[in-house]
Design a protein around this ligand. Sequence first.
Ligand code: SF4
Length: 252
Amino acid sequence: MVYLVEHFYSIQGEGKFVGTPSVFFRFGGCNLRCQDFGEYFVKGKIVYGCDTVRAVNKEIFQNEWKRIENEKVLIEILDDYIENLDFKPHIVITGGEPMIYATDSIFYKFIQYLVNNDFIVTIETNATIKVDIEKFSAYKDVIFAMAVKLSNSGEPYDKRVNKEVIKEYINNTSYSFFKFTLDRGIIERRAFEEIVDIVEPYPEAEIFCMPLGDKQDIIKKHDKAVAEFCLIYGFIYSDRLHVRLWNREKKR
Ligand code: SF4
C-alpha cells in the first residue's frame, strides 16, 4: 500500500532534464524532515520543512494523501495523461521520499510497468534508503536524481548521508546524478567540503547545484551565489525553472 499526494503533467524544473515534458507522481512520506529548509503557515500552525512539506507530514495534510491499493490505479492515471500525446513524456517519481516504498509490491510493479514500456523514469530521492537492486532489478533501468542533503537541511550527518546507498544506486544504474540544494549561508561555510565528501568516489557523476527556495523571491536571494559557486568548482548550475515560471502554483 502506498500513498499518492498528487500527480500532474508539467515540465521538469530541476536537474539534468530541465524543460522536459514529464508526468509527475508525488508519493507521500519521508524518512527525513529537513526542518531548516523553510517555514510554512498551514491551518493556523507554523510547519517547518521542505518545499514538499505536504508530502512529508501526513498528520497535517492527510486530506491530500490518497491510499493506492493497486498499481493499476497509477497506470490508469498515466494513461489519462498520455492518451492525447504523440510522444512518451518522461516520468518523474517524487515525494516526499518515494524510495520508502521501494520494495512495496504496488510501487515496484508500477516501476516495472514503466521501464518495461520504455518510459524514461527518474526517481527523485534523498539516497538514504537501502534497496537490493540485484533483487529489485527494475531499478537498474531508472535514473536516480540523488538529492543528498547537506547540513543546511538541519538533519544530522548520519541520517542524511548513507554512502552505501549512494554506491548501490550509482553502481547499478547506467546513469544517475547528484543534485544539491544550496543557500548563501552554506556556500560561505563549507558547501564544497560537504559535497566532496559525498561525491569523491564518483568522478564520472554529474553534480548539479540549485538554489534553495520554492518562491521566486527566495530563489533570487541565493541563485547568483550558487551560480558563482558552480563557476569556481566546475559543478552544473540548475535553476528551479518551474518556480521561475509559476512560483508556488500547485501541480507545477
Ligand atoms: S528529504 Fe526531501 S522530501 Fe524529505 S524532508 Fe528532506 S527535502 Fe523534504
